[in-house]
Design a protein around this ligand. Structure first.
Ligand code: NAP
Ligand code: MG
Length: 391
């Protein structure tokens, strides 16, 4: 195989990472990776240069697999005696690749989605730039008038009155960039084509006739550019009002990609994850408009389990999303290089994982929501059961 970028991480997921490689990958694949340790200790030692190096390697090699990592807060600053409160590696990598994150639940027959009609996974594509996440806000304390003002580099200005206010009020100024929206749309159309799935995009263009309408129009332009390929593959693009999308999703059978603005995607991806079963069964892939792919689990480093692990207790942490991050990356490498054996291995690894759960062997989080009989095992025994299936 050609190399992929391997990004190691923190805590319990770092332990799972090694187990997965030892038991499920290295015995079967002549694994070729460029390894970057994005564990918090190494990020601190290298002043986060390691994260930037990993991002550069992804741009070069096009495929990466990432373990969950700690995003430091005040408590972590103390725990790891950090030089600085380093930024989220995911945020840094996303910023460099300008990518969109697609989250897809992994379904097994013994775990029923809360929504009865859902038969296939729904993938949420969340725009991860701008809107309220990069807004400025103001709280005023007297009557007055609020304006929206833009000063162009040419000196030209545009100004709108927001509101004459008769008392204290709150204000917010947010933005998005045409280029970022276009990159988001391109990532979504590329992903829909690569997965041969329908694409929905929803916004509130009836109320927001400039802002949300701009998203709608850019998506429409990108659709026109991809229309022939969509028709050839027999897949469809639909724009619909967010309210309509929400109600239609609840009656759908699933199996499509739902592209959403930043806030909608933030909120709806949590609903989709829990309604399909568990965050531990949610995969995530970052797709850049230039065609780079970074696969990871959607969950974090599972700190509570790690502290129990350090005490010598056996933990039943679910490795499925991390296994699927590996299979996703290996399959993508195989597809890009016409390496059929590598794609075949990725398929078999996923099938062995699902079959193990469906045969009743699973981690604790799944045992509690499983409809059939469940034999709860610890992480290593679960991974070894998958290895037996795979063999
Ligand atoms: P978390 O690691 O996702 O875990 C939250 C809880 O969800 C766990 O305590 C566990 O519940 C359950 N859970 C999550 N994944 C599981 C799995 N694979 N198997 C079984 N149970 C699982 O979130 P967090 O505790 O809020 O964050 C921990 C650290 O992860 C933080 O430092 C955060 O910065 C980082 N984080 C990283 C990423 C990323 O790298 N993409 C994403 C999110 C968070 P029970 O304890 O009830 O069993
Ligand atoms: Mg959220």
């Amino acid at each position: 195989m050609n190399p992929i970028v391997e990004m190691d991480g923190d805590e319990m997921t770092r332990i799972l990472w090694q187990m997965i490689k030892d038991e499920l990958i290295c015995p079967y694949v002549e694994l070729n990776t460029e390894y970057f340790d994005l564990g918090l200790k190494m990020r601190d030692e290298t002043e986060d240069a390691i994260t930037h190096q990993a991002a550069a390697a992804i741009q070069r090699l096009q495929v990466g697999v990432k373990c969950a990592t700690i995003t430091p807060n005040a408590q972590r600053m103390e725990e790891y005696a950090l030089k600085k409160k380093w930024k989220s590696p995911n945020g840094t990598i996303r910023g460099i690749l300008d990518g969109t994150t697609f989250r897809t639940p992994i379904m097994v027959s013994c775990i029923q989605p809360t929504v009865k009609s859902w038969q296939a996974p729904i993938t949420v594509a969340r725009h991860s730039y701008g809107d309220i996440y990069q807004a400025v806000e103001m709280h005023t304390d007297e009557p007055g008038t609020a304006f929206l003002r833009f000063v162009g580099e040419s000196g030209k200005t545009q100004e709108l009155e927001i509101k004459k206010l008769d008392g204290p009020a709150i204000l917010m100024g947010m933005h998005n960039k045409e280029q970022s929206i276009r990159n988001f749309a391109r990532s979504c159309f590329n992903y829909a084509i690569s997965n041969r799935q329908d694409l929905w995009f929803s916004a509130k263009d009836t109320i927001s006739s400039t802002y949300d309408a701009c998203f709608r129009d850019i998506f429409e332009e990108e659709y026109q550019a991809n229309k022939a390929q969509f028709e050839q593959l027999g897949i469809h693009y639909t724009y619909t009002l967010i309210d309509d999308a929400v109600s239609r999703v609840m009656r759908s059978s699933g199996g499509f990609i739902w592209a959403q603005k930043n806030y909608d995607g933030d909120v709806m991806s949590d609903m989709i994850a829990s309604a399909f079963g568990s965050l531990a069964m949610m995969t995530s892939v970052l797709v850049s408009p230039s065609g780079a792919f970074v696969y990871e689990a959607a969950h974090g480093t599972v700190t509570r389990h790690y502290y129990r692990y350090l005490e010598g207790e056996s933990t039943s942490t679910n490795p499925v999303a991390t296994i699927f991050a590996w299979s996703g990356a290996l399959r993508k490498r195989g597809q890009l290089d016409n390496n059929a054996a590598l794609c075949d291995f990725a398929d078999k690894l996923e099938a062995a994982t699902l079959h193990t759960i469906e045969s009743g062997v699973m981690t604790g989080d799944l045992a509690t929501i499983c409809t059939g009989s469940a034999n709860k095992v610890d992480s290593l025994d679960f991974i070894r059961a998958i290895a037996r299936q795979l063999s």
